[in-house]
Design a protein around this ligand. Structure first.
Ligand code: S3P
Length: 442
C-alpha cells in the first residue's frame, strides 16, 4: 500500500500491457456482505473480500456497534453477527471516511434501530447529498437530521419501529434502493421500491443467495420484514470497476494483450463493455460461471482502434463508475464521443464531470462539458502533463491510464486516494508494467 507521504505519482508510457491479472474483490458486494453478515445470526464467512478503506469503514462502524469483524488473512473475513435486534448504540460518532455506500446503506439500517447514532465522513463525503435516503427513511418513521435540512452529513439518526412504504425513486441509485430494502427488512408490512432504470442489483442478488425473500416485477422490488437472517458463507467476485482501468489501458496502449481473471460481469455493472463494443472493441468473455449468485468470467483484451460513440439513458447507471476511464478511451478514439444523462457524476466523490473536463484538457484533449455529460473529441495522442486526482480514487486511476497512453511523463497528485477502492492499484500496475508508476515523495 502507498505511503501517505507520497505526494505525486509519476506515470510513464513504457509500453504494452501483457499477461494476466486477478482483481481485488468487488467493493459494492463486500459492503453488502459485511452489513448482512453483521445483522445475521451466527458466524458469517466472506472470502475474496475487498480490503479497501471504504470496506474497512463499513466493518469499523459495525465494530463500534458491538459486532466482531475479524480479518483472517488471504482476503477472508469472519463476522460474528448479532441478529437483527443485536446492534448496540454507538458511543461515538461513526466516521465513515470517504464511503458514500457505507453512509447511505447504514442509514437504512440505523433508521430501524431503537437508538441514536451520528454519521460523518471526510470532507468529500460531507459534501454529498443525503436527502435521497433521508426523505424515504423519514417517511418510514425515522428521525433524521443533518446540515442543510438533513441533506448533508453529519447525519443524526433516531431510529424507530419502521412502517413499510411504497417508494418511487426519482433516480436510478443502488445506494438509495439498498437503503430502503435494508430498512424494509425491519419494517412492519411490505416495502416496495421502484427505480426509473435498473441500477446495480447486488443487494437483491445477495438477499436471494442467502435466503431473504425478495420479489422483482420489472423495476419494482418488494420485501417484507423478517425475523432473522441466517449466517452465510459467501465468495466475492473480482471488481469489474477495478478491472475497467486495466481493460481500457490494454485497449488503448498498442501491442497490449491482457487477461483479467475472475471478474464480476453482473449486467447491471458492465455497461462499459457495451460502450466499448459500440466503439468497435472486441473483448472476449470466457469461463462464465456463477459465484454466490453473481455472474463471473475471464476477460481477454487486445489493443484495438476505437471510434467515437454516444452513451445515454439506461446505459449510464450500468457504467456510472466507469465513466472516468471511459472518457480516456474516448479521448483516444477516432471522432467524437457524447455522454448524456450523467448528471449524477456531479455528486460522486467529487464533481467528476468538472474533474474530467479540467484534467483531460491538461493532456491536450478537446472536451466540452454539458450539464449532464460531455462531448470528447478523440485524437491520435495525448501529451503527458501534471494533473490532479481531486482526491477521487477513480479520477486518479483514470488519469493513470491516460498517462500510460500519453507521450512523455505524467504526474498525478494525491495518488493514495486509490485506497478507497483499490489500495494495490499502483503496485499492481508496477508489477504488470515495471517502472510505469514511480512514487514521488515529499
Ligand atoms: C454503489 C452504487 C453506485 C456507485 C457506487 C457504489 C453501491 O452509486 O456509484 O460507487 O455499492 O450501491 P448509486 O447509488 O448512484 O447507484
Amino acid at each position: 500500500m502507498l505511503k501517505n507521504s507520497v505526494e505525486r505519482m509519476r506515470v510513464d508510457p513504457i509500453g504494452p500491457l501483457k499477461g494476466e491479472l486477478t482483481l481485488p474483490g468487488d467493493k459494492s458486494i463486500t459492503h453488502r456482505a459485511i452489513i448482512l453478515g453483521s445483522l445475521a445470526d451466527g458466524v458469517t464467512e466472506i472470502t475474496g473480500a475487498l480490503r479497501s478503506h471504504d470496506c474497512r469503514d463499513t466493518a469499523k462502524a459495525f465494530g463500534t456497534m458491538g459486532i466482531t469483524v475479524e480479518e483472517l488473512g488471504n482476503d477472508r473475513l469472519r463476522i460474528r453477527g448479532c441478529g437483527l435486534g443485536g446492534l448496540k448504540e454507538p458511543e461515538e460518532v461513526l466516521d465513515l471516511g470517504n464511503s458514500g455506500t457505507t453512509m447511505r446503506l447504514l442509514a437504512g439500517v440505523l433508521a430501524a434501530q431503537p437508538f441514536f447514532s451520528v454519521l460523518t465522513g471526510d470532507r468529500y463525503l460531507r459534501a454529498r447529498p443525503m436527502a435521497r435516503v433521508a426523505m424515504p427513511l423519514r417517511s418510514m418513521g425515522a428521525t433524521i437530521l443533518g446540515r442543510d435540512g438533513g441533506n448533508f452529513p453529519p447525519l443524526a439518526i433516531k431510529g424507530t419501529h419502521l412502517r413499510a412504504i411504497d417508494y418511487v425513486s426519482p433516480i436510478a441509485s443502488a445506494q438509495v434502493k439498498s437503503a430502503i430494502l435494508l430498512a424494509g427488512l425491519f419494517a412492519e408490512g411490505e416495502t416496495t421500491v421502484t427505480e426509473p432504470s435498473l441500477s446495480r442489483d447486488h443487494t437483491e442478488r445477495m438477499f436471494e443467495a442467502i435466503g431473504i425473500p425478495i420479489h422483482r416485477n420489472g423495476l419494482r422490488l418488494r420485501v417484507s420484514g423478517v425475523k432473522t437472517i441466517p449466517a452465510f458463507q459467501i465468495a466475492i467476485p473480482g471488481d469489474f470497476s477495478a478491472a475497467a482501468f486495466f481493460l481500457v489501458a490494454a485497449l488503448v496502449i498498442p501491442g497490449s494483450e491482457l487477461t483479467l481473471r475472475g471478474v464480476g460481469i453482473n449486467p447491471t455493472r458492465t455497461g462499459l463493455l457495451d460502450a466499448l463494443q459500440s466503439m468497435g472493441a472486441v473483448i472476449e468473455v470466457s469461463r462464465r460461471r456463477i459465484i454466490s449468485g453473481e455472474p463471473v468470467a475471464d476477460l481477454h483484451v487486445r489493443s484495438q482502434a476505437l471510434h467515437g460513440t454516444e452513451v445515454v439513458g439506461a446505459l449510464i447507471p450500468r457504467m456510472l463508475d466507469e465513466i472516468p476511464v471511459f472518457a480516456v478511451a474516448a479521448a483516444l478514439a477516432t471522432g467524437a464521443t457524447t455522454i448524456r444523462d450523467a448528471a449524477e457524476l456531479r455528486v460522486k466523490e467529487v464533481n467528476r464531470l468538472a474533474a474530467l473536463d479540467q484534467e483531460l484538457r491538461r493532456f491536450g484533449v478537446q472536451i466540452e462539458q454539458r450539464h449532464d455529460g460531455m462531448v470528447i473529441q478523440g485524437s491520435a495522442s495525448l501529451s503527458g502533463c501534471h494533473c490532479n486526482s481531486w482526491g477521487d480514487h477513480r479520477i486518479a486511476m483514470a488519469l493513470a491510464v491516460a498517462g500510460l497512453a500519453a507521450r512523455g511523463s505524467t504526474t498525478i497528485s494525491d495518488p493514495s486516494c486509490v485506497g478507497s477502492s483499490f489500495p494495490d492499484f499502483w503496485t499492481r500496475l508496477d508489477t504488470i508494467l515495471p517502472g510505469a508508476a514511480v512514487p514521488l515523495e515529499v
